[in-house]
Write a protein that binds this ligand. Structure first.
Ligand SMILES: [Zn+2]
Length: 252
């Protein structure tokens, strides 16, 4: 246990103390990157490098999304050094992250009349697998927030959601929004929202099916995907039949 000097920064002192005992500054057991079985109901899709989930706790923003790198890294600039065996490259991770941002801009515009997006890259110190705050360098948990903003109320399944401070900046002050202003979705509603958004993504072919398939999609989403496959097969068959008819006619 270290004695804190008067006027010293307690976080900085703890970082220094924990660094002395750390094997490697990037050997971590980050709580948010622990096996995520509990997140299945809110996982929208998983790319090669990122996991895309709804933020589900009480929040002021409807359908807010968080994008986690599939493998923990504390800083984008050190991602390659932190994950040498997986050969992660910064460019590949960035491509996936920005693809995700684009996909939701397009999808939310149609689904919820999205007005604006607040986009946040965060790398706050996280807890270890035992739920204890860890101050080592490697415990900065890199992730991204896609915060949809709505100039007009969003109507979804009989409920209205109002972005009461539209055009105002995000605030880390939890009192910035009153309880009435915060969006509250039950687990059942999150599951329904996941299905609604995934159906839109699948029907409009906005993401690869492989990504969606990794997220435990519902029966309705799987059926929508199968319908698209059938539609494509039928179209290819009609095209081949038409081409054959033309070839037969011209050979006569
Ligand atoms: Zn992490």
């Amino acid at each position: 246990m270290c004695a804190l000097a008067i006027g010293s920064n307690p976080t900085k002192v703890l970082i220094e103390e924990q660094s002395k005992t750390a094997g490697s500054k990037y050997t971590v057991n980050c709580l948010s990157c622990a096996p995520r079985k509990k997140d299945e109901h809110r996982t929208l899709f998983i790319t090669e490098y990122c996991r895309v989930v709804f933020r589900e706790d009480v929040q002021p923003f409807f359908a807010r999304i968080v994008i986690f790198p599939e493998e923990h890294f504390s800083h984008l600039l050190t991602a390659e050094e932190e994950n040498p065996t997986r050969k992660i490259t910064i460019q590949k991770v960035l491509n996936d992250i920005y693809d995700c941002r684009y996909i939701f801009k397009i999808a939310y515009k149609t689904l919820f009349s999205l007005s604006r997006v607040n986009w946040v890259e965060a790398g706050n110190l996280n807890k270890d697998e035992n739920g204890l705050q860890n101050y080592q360098e490697g415990y900065h948990h890199s992730h991204y927030h896609f915060v949809p903003r709505f100039a007009n109320p969003v109507n979804w399944r009989g409920q209205q959601f109002v972005d009461s401070k539209f055009a105002e900046g995000l605030s880390i002050n939890s009192n910035h929004y009153t309880d009435e202003e915060k969006v509250k979705l039950s687990k059942e509603q999150i599951i329904q929202l996941k299905e609604d958004v995934q159906l839109h993504l699948v029907k409009n072919q906005l993401v690869s099916w492989e990504w969606i398939a990794r997220s435990m999609p519902s029966k309705a989403v799987i059926e929508a995907h199968e319908a698209i496959i059938k539609q494509k097969a039928d179209a290819a068959k009609s095209k081949a039949t038409a081409a054959n008819s033309v070839a037969t006619a011209s050979s006569l």
